[in-house]
Design a protein around this ligand. Structure first.
Ligand code: NAP
Length: 348
């Protein structure tokens, strides 16, 4: 139970509380013992009036439209980009510090973009001018947690990434559509499969297209990984190029990452440095099942790394494979860890 009467503890609100990320935020606030003086829940009019348990107390979900943030100290937003565009600034103007999970403010110069294990120190400057702290994209977060140590030790010349992104990246409806489509395809291979969240249908398929197409030929998801990595790492010229692919996996994104460093890389040292990072597990080639997969990686709050291999023809270049829970590490956990950092240092 983390409900306390201590006036220093924040009054929390969650916008998007009934979604995949919102549910996980509620669970993490409880399981990590984030002290608070109450958690109010908001979602669309569709969910208003439902009750959801928070820290053992039944809490009624309110309609975000008309929600009053004047009694809220900390507001998590995970209800979609257009919802954040409409409501996050008003919430901040009413006094709440907003931690936003959407794409709405990530590249806003007045909004820090934070992965606590990488650049939490940007928060020491105090409350951001926008009143908002942005959570990065779910594929960017685990990647930059590994890139930082490579950059500091060897320097990075180029990063080439292919992502393998799970259906849960499209929230609860994405998971439901994959399950429904898979069941339908198994019962009738010629059936027309549901394709609202994923086009074409994701069941038994691999789709190299996420978010919208840009004039460059890249997708928005691919552009996010470049721009956000540069901003978080403070490397405005970092060369990251990506192909983002949706795969028929329920949860946890994977990435195949090629990194070309500026100096030759010693594999044993690389493994040691990655394994020493906080909340990172390296599955090395000599251990049983020596690579992580979305189903077998284990500890959901760790970034899992495997298949680390320096190229014999180019000792500056190496591949690795990573797996990370996109709903936790890529969204809710990162947001809660931002909150913990802010609260622990009295920065609210
Ligand atoms: N899933 C991930 O891996 C992930 C990772 C990083 C970032 N994000 C971002 O987090 C956000 C939420 O993702 P999710 O996966 O949790 O989606 P989700 O499962 O579809 O949940 C969406 C939530 O937003 C609420 N909502 C939708 N439209 C609304 C409106 N007009 N006004 C108020 N509330 C509204 C929904 O409420 P109702 O139940 O009432 O419809 C629900 O609570 C998205 O912006 C997403 O891009 C997700």
């Amino acid at each position: 139970m983390t409900y306390v009467s201590d006036p220093a503890a924040p009054r929390i609100a969650i916008a998007g509380a009934t979604g995949a990320v919102g549910n996980t935020l509620i669970e993490l606030i409880s399981s990590r013992g984030l002290r608070h003086r109450g958690v109010r829940l908001a979602a669309s009019a569709r969910s208003a009036g439902r009750t959801v348990e928070v820290d053992g107390r039944a809490q009624v979900v309110e309609d975000l439209d008309g929600f009053d943030f004047t009694d809220v100290d900390l507001a998590f937003f995970s209800a979609g980009t257009s919802v954040s565009e409409k409501w996050a600034r008003p919430a901040a103007a009413q006094g709440a510090l907003v931690i936003d999970n959407t794409n709405a403010f990530r590249m806003d110069p007045d909004t820090p973009l934070v992965v606590p294990q990488v650049n939490a120190d940007v928060l020491l400057a105090g409350r951001p001018a926008s009143g908002i702290i942005a959570n990065p994209n779910c594929s960017t977060i685990p990647l930059v947690r590994l890139l930082q140590t490579v950059e500091q030790r060897w320097g990075i010349r180029q990063v080439v990434v292919s992502t393998y992104q799970a259906a849960s990246g499209q929230g609860q409806h994405g998971i439901a559509e994959l399950r429904e489509g898979s069941a339908l395809a198994l019962s009738d291979p010629d059936a027309e499969l549901p394709a609202d969240r994923f086009k074409p249908a994701l069941a038994f398929n691999v789709v190299p297209f996420i978010d919208k197409l840009l004039d460059t030929g890249f997708t928005m998801e691919e552009q996010k990984m470049l721009q956000e990595s540069r901003k978080i790492l403070g490397l405005p010229h970092l060369d990251v190029t990506t192909t983002c692919v949706r795969v028929p996996v329920v949860n946890s994104h994977s990435e195949a990452v090629w990194i070309e460093a500026t100096e030759p890389v010693d594999r044993a040292e690389l493994v040691g440095r990655l394994a020493a990072l906080p909340e990172v597990t390296v599955h090395d080639k000599d251990t049983p099942g020596g690579f992580p997969t979305p189903r077998t990686a284990g500890e959901p709050d760790h970034v899992h790394v495997g298949r680390i291999r320096v190229a014999p023809h180019n000792p500056r270049g190496f591949w690795l494979w990573l797996v990370a829970d996109n709903v936790r590490i890529g969204a809710a956990l990162n947001a809660v860890q931002i909150a913990e950092y802010v609260l622990d240092r009295g920065l609210l």
